[in-house]
Ligand binder design. Sequence first.
Ligand code: OAD
Ligand code: ZN
Length: 359
Amino acid sequence: MTGLDPTSVSSFQKHLAQSNRIVAILGAGLSASSGLPTFRGADGMWCNHDVQMIATPAGWRRDPGLVWQFYSDRRRMALRAQPNPAHFALAELAKRKSGFVALSQNVDGLLERAGMGKGDPNGQLRLLHGNLFDLRCAGGCGYEERGNFEDPLCPALSEEREKGRENVLGAQVEEGAKASKVSALLFEGIAAKNKKILGDKFADEKPTASDAAPLRGLGEDAPKLPDLVPVLRSGIGTNDLPQCPKCKSNILRPGVVWFGEGLPKDVVEGVDTLFEEQQIDLCLVIGTSSLVWPAAGYAEQARKRGARIAVVNMNPDDARNLRDGDWLFVGDAAVVVPQILGTSMGQDAGEAGNTADDQ
Ligand code: OAD
Ligand code: ZN
């Protein structure tokens, strides 16, 4: 077993053998070896995309087609990806230990495909940020769909259409908007002004007729109202997006949590109960930057319930608040996790591993 410190691995495994109440806090690094990008870091999704436009309620109101393009692309990538040995090792651990619970920030469905849980809010797999393959009515009629793996969800979101669109998710403005008499810049100016006046009440939505008021002084050259409706960057109208089959008057949205939204209530309550009622033996923190709450706080809550903490991460700087008696295993989760859980068949860990005791 090269790479990982054998003494640390055996001390971890000794503790693992005596543990039943195990909480695993999981992040995007778990699926990195399956070819799915993480969020932060040089190639992270949030570095290459405008978060406000694609992962917030305001972005959704402004251009749901753009939001759908982002999530449709992620659905496609996740469908083509395969669970890696870390997903399988965790699924196996869940079978071995009845008290195992995974709190996953991942929405890619790979743990489920490796055989763990079914996303039941009180089961062994708790999905903190939802799932790419769940859909629900954006109008709030209550319609929900679980495990919809169709691709594309509608013709407007097909891969062929996506390919024809250059950098649609980037910051560029659609050709149509450039051609319009009203420049995108002007709209941004109007939005900035409204934001200043309205403060917190400002919702970044499509400009309306009243937004055109500042243009009236332009006389003949003033654009007519239809010109004022900006071409959606996505070019996809709501009629072309997945429709709610129940109320038939709204579109469906991805069943994921966006910035500015609460986590699923039943899941959060279930996790709170877990931390209130139970003694916890071991907390695994795998492939997460531990920056996003509440997941970022769960390791400390587990510690308060008696848990020792084991971190698996490519980047040792992302192991936060380690104490004596904890473990840090540095390396690719797909290699390290099966090794430390004792489910790998002699694989090598590529990077060095240490325990906090060594530091
Ligand atoms: P991040 O992108 O913030 O962090 C990924 C972590 O995985 C980093 O600490 C990397 O060092 C580590 N990592 C990368 N490759 C790895 C590998 N092969 N093996 C082990 N570790 C590796 O992703 P999360 O922590 O999951 O939320 O981000 C949390 C939440 O922030 C996401 O769920 C998402 C995002 O905004 C929402 O979309 C609501
Ligand atoms: Zn509906």
